[in-house]
Design a protein around this ligand. Sequence first.
Ligand code: FBP
Length: 301
Amino acid sequence: MNIAINEIIKNYESDNEKTLNNLAKLLNFGKLGGTGRLIIYPVDQGFEHGPDRSFSINPEAYDPHYHISFAIDAGMSAFAAPLGMIESGFSTFAEKIPFILKCNSSNSLTSIKDQAITGNVKDALRLNCIGVGFTIYPGSEFNFKLIEEACTLFRKAKEAGLITVLWSYARGNMSKKGETAINIISYAAHMACLCGAHVIKVKLPTSYIEEDATKDAFVKNNIKIDTAVDRVKLIKKSCFNGKRIVVFSGGEAKNDNELFDEVKAIKEGGGNGSIVGRNCFQRPRDKALKLINSIINIYKD
Ligand code: FBP
C-alpha cells in the first residue's frame, strides 16, 4: 500500500482486517486509485426523485446496466445503489467495480423527512459489496431514529468486515437555505463521524450561516468561511481534524465549469473527493465520460 493510502487508513484504529482491506480496495480502485482521492457514482435518484425526473432526459439511464458499465468505463472508485439496482447487474459486473449497498432510501411521493430501510448487511454480503451506505437527516423529526438505525447497521457491517458510508443531509428544522449553511453542514458532518462512518458524504456548504445556537461561535471565533476552499477545510476539520474521509455531492445537473470550480475547491480544501450522480446520467454518455475524466484530472493534478 502506498504512503497516501496508509496515512488515511491508519486513522481507522478499531477496524478489523477485512474492513480495512475493503477500505483499501475503495481507495485503490479506479482512475484515482492510490491518490487518496476518490469519486463514487451513486444511483438512488430513481428512489429519491422518481425514474422519469431522473432518467427521461437520457433514456438509456432507465437501464441499471447503463449505470454500472458507465461507472466502470469512467474509472470511478465505486458504484453505490439500492438493492434492486445492484441485484440487476450482479452477475454481469461481478468483481468489475466495488459495490456499496445503499441500505435506506426516501421518496418524493411523500413530504416526510424519513427513509425506509431497504437493505442490510446480509444483502451486502450476498451481493459481494465492499460496504453499506445509509442516509441520516439531521434536523428532521425522525433524526434520532435514523441515527440509531445507522449505528445499528454500521455495528453489524463492521463485524462483517464491511465499510460504512453515511450520507448526512440536514433537513427539516431549518430554512431551505439552512440545509447547505456552513454551520449546519459542519454539524451534520461531525455527527456522521460520531456515528462511526468511514466515509462521510455531505453537500458542499455555502457561506450562509443559519440562525441557531452554533452561529455565535462562527462570529466570535472568526471562523473563515468566505471561500469554498475555506469551507471545505472547515468541514474536514469537523471530521475529526481531517481523520475521516469526506466526499461532497454533485447535486442537481449544472454546467461543466461550475462543477470543475467545485472540484477545484474540494481538492484545494483537502476534501477527499466527489460523489456525482445526476451530473453524469443527465448528460449523454460520451459527454459524461469526458466530464468525469476532467474531474479525475483535476484531483490528480
Ligand atoms: P447527485 O450527484 O445526483 O446529487 O447524487 C448524490 C445524492 O446524494 C444521491 O445519492 C441522492 O439521491 C441525491 O443526492 C439526493 O439529492 P437531493 O438532496 O437533492 O434530493
